[in-house]
Design a protein around this ligand. Structure first.
Ligand code: FBP
Length: 609
């Protein structure tokens, strides 16, 4: 079992020693109330850090031990000293005038690319890092890349981790990340090194509270590792600190298993690669069981929030009988009944061939994309923002009555057709960014129950004569903390290194990026993109807000077209692929493959059917 040495140089250790010293306790009881309060604050920060680090003593698996020795590959430009090359000024993807007005200090900055440069001495810097939102494989490697790069720039530099997400900055909960501490987390999944959270950083008093600890720790830059919402907040924070001339830089890193933080500059968000490979392994296992027993229909809901990238990628990797793509359903304006009828037809067709089994993939955000339900959610969002407090404490019946009374006729009709559980989920419980918590809605059950009802009706009409037994799965949390694939381990380490270089070069309001990712890691291109470049104005929580544009599945894109070309065959035949577990050692086409989505998007797919 690896032992964690206490870092005797850390300020936490020193203050802790002082605090528990009997002489200090003597003085404590003779202190003024003001000083006692100060001491209590000090103690709460320090003991929090102590408890946090104490919890970190862990036993590790044989794989983790071997994997700890893996040295992630870096692009050539990041292997030594770095020089920056600046491109032309940028503009936001839409609503340019509004975004420029809202971000006068961080709008229009150029794209940045790193190229090899001359060794330069850099001034000493302290940096704070925050993990924000849902876990994604590779987060620990972003921090490792950042740590190694800042220590390489100057061994006196310090890295602090704010605990349990952005809330750690506001509440002053932090630890110093030291070499012996970080070594336990290299190439591991999870965000447990410093924890994550969904506190939304958006108010001035939060920024000012954060500044107190930033000043106390002499921090000059904050790195926020998060998805589109967290990076939007990073941009707002960067603009605020720049406007106030506080001299605090803010840099973002593109994280999310959902794969929806991508655009011309961001090829993929980290975690998507490992998570989809992990889900595909599990789907492959279920499909093989299905094809062995030949008696069940498996309805598998896949995480991914609004976008269907995860479902689409897993379909390309495993070839299920059916995979719903929310974006297609919205574009074709399909109703819930249309979707049910389409699935029931496939079930009935397979039953004619004696195949009373199959695998259906359902993206978790489906419900929001069924146009009638989407319209209902839009109105409920506004209702919740304006009147949520009036009904949140009422009992369930009264809540339902309140909502029905306030909805328009069209949306009321949709609301009344929904099962109670789903209706309730849609009317309450947004996450701090105003998103419906789609992972809590049992769409897989809703759909299979409705398919069963349709089949029973057809059976009575003599149109169906099969056997329909269902099993439900929800794959989400099973993949978010998997040990990062080689791709994610390398990609994340390079992102962390890029973030350090953006900071060393005085940049703020940028997101670290790494491109050319279907090539060998050493040929990847690293740099930074101004966050404002990815923004537009959207309606959130009933208000128009500047946000990073979310990338949904492009129905004209190569991944969807590939899927659309093959799905009819997958529906009638049984063409499952069993990808097996993520591999870390072995032939490169097994260990270093990117996702098919990325390969198809870049015209590099080498998959042979
Ligand atoms: P992020 O957008 O923060 O990366 O979160 C991704 C995600 O895993 C979604 O796929 C899912 O809907 C959500 O988190 C679940 O949230 P929670 O972790 O709060 O249950």
């Amino acid at each position: 079992m690896p032992k964690i040495e206490k870092n005797k140089k850390s300020s936490a250790y020193k203050v802790e020693k002082v605090f528990f010293n009997p002489r200090f306790l003597f003085f404590y009881f003779h202190m003024s109330w003001k000083n006692r309060i100060f001491a209590a604050v000090l103690k709460s920060e320090i003991s929090y850090s102590k408890i946090y680090k104490a919890n970190k003593i862990m036993e590790i698996s044989a794989l983790q031990k071997e994997r700890a020795a893996y040295q992630p590959k870096l692009p050539k430009a990041l292997q030594g000293a770095v020089k920056i090359v600046e491109g032309a000024p940028t503009k936001s993807v839409d609503n340019q005038e509004e975004i420029k007005k809202l971000f006068p200090n961080t709008y229009g900055m150029p794209l940045i690319e790193f190229v090899p440069g001359e060794e330069n001495s850099t001034k000493r810097i302290n940096i704070g890092v925050i993990l924000s939102g849902g876990q994604a494989p590779g987060g620990h490697n972003v921090i490792s890349g950042l740590f190694d790069a800042v220590k390489k720039l100057n061994s006196e530099n310090r890295l602090y981790g704010f605990l349990m997400g952005p809330g750690g900055l506001v509440d002053h909960k932090y630890i110093e990340i030291t070499a012996d501490f970080i070594d336990q987390y290299r190439n591991t999944g999870g965000f447990d090194m410093i924890g994550s959270g969904r506190t939304k950083l958006e108010k001035e008093d939060q920024f000012e509270k954060g500044l107190e600890i930033i000043r106390k720790l002499d921090i000059s830059a904050i790195v926020i590792i998060g998805g589109d919402d967290s990076n939007t907040n990073a941009c707002v924070l960067a603009e605020y600190y720049a406007a106030k001339k506080y001299g605090v830089q803010v840099i973002g890193c593109p994280k999310t298993i959902d794969g929806d933080l991508k655009n011309d500059q961001i090829e993929t968000s980290f975690g998507f690669d490992t998570a989809t490979k992990t889900y595909s392994e599990l789907i492959g296992n279920i499909a093989r069981d299905c094809n062995s027993a030949r008696k069940y229909w498996h309805f598998i809901k896949l995480m991914g929030r609004s976008a269907s990238h995860i479902a689409l990628e897993c379909a390309l990797q495993t070839q299920p009988n059916i995979c719903l793509i929310s974006e297609e359903i919205e574009t074709k304006d399909l109703s819930l009944n249309d979707i049910i009828e389409d699935i029931a037809k496939v079930v009935a067709r397979r039953a004619q061939d004696g195949r009373n089994y199959g695998v259906v993939l359902i993206p978790e955000g489906l419900i929001e994309f069924i146009p009638s339900i989407g319209r209902l959610i839009g109105e409920l969002n506004d209702l919740l923002a304006k009147h949520g407090n009036d009904y949140k404490d009422l009992d369930i019946e009264k809540q339902r009555a309140y909502i029905i009374e306030h909805l328009s006729e069209e949306n009321k009709a949709t609301f009344e057709t929904l099962p109670d559980g789903v209706a309730r989920q849609l009317s309450l419980d947004r996450d701090p960014h105003g998103n419906v918590q789609v992972s809590l809605i049992e769409t897989e059950r809703l759909i299979s129950d409705m398919v069963e009802m349709k089949l029973n009706k057809w059976a009575k009409q003599g149109k169906y004569n099969g056997h329909f037994a269902t099993i439900h799965h929800f794959l989400g949390y099973e993949g978010r903390c998997a040990a990062p694939s080689n791709f994610d381990a390398d990609y994340c380490y390079a992102l962390g290194t890029s973030a350090a270089q953006l900071i060393a070069n005085g940049k703020t309001g940028y997101m670290a990026i790494v491109k050319n990712t279907t090539e060998k890691a050493e040929d990847w291109i690293a740099g930074g993109v101004p966050i404002t470049m990815m923004m537009n104005i959207e309606r959130r929580n009933g208000e128009l807000k500047p946000v990073i544009r979310k990338a949904l599945v492009d129905l004209e894109g190569a991944p969807f077209k590939e899927f659309a070309k093959l799905r009819t065959r997958w529906a009638t035949e049984t063409s499952y692929i069993y990808p097996g577990p993520v591999q870390y050692w072995g032939p490169s086409d097994v260990c270093d493959q990117t996702t098919r989505t990325l390969a198809l998007e870049q015209g590099k797919d080498v998959f042979v059917y």
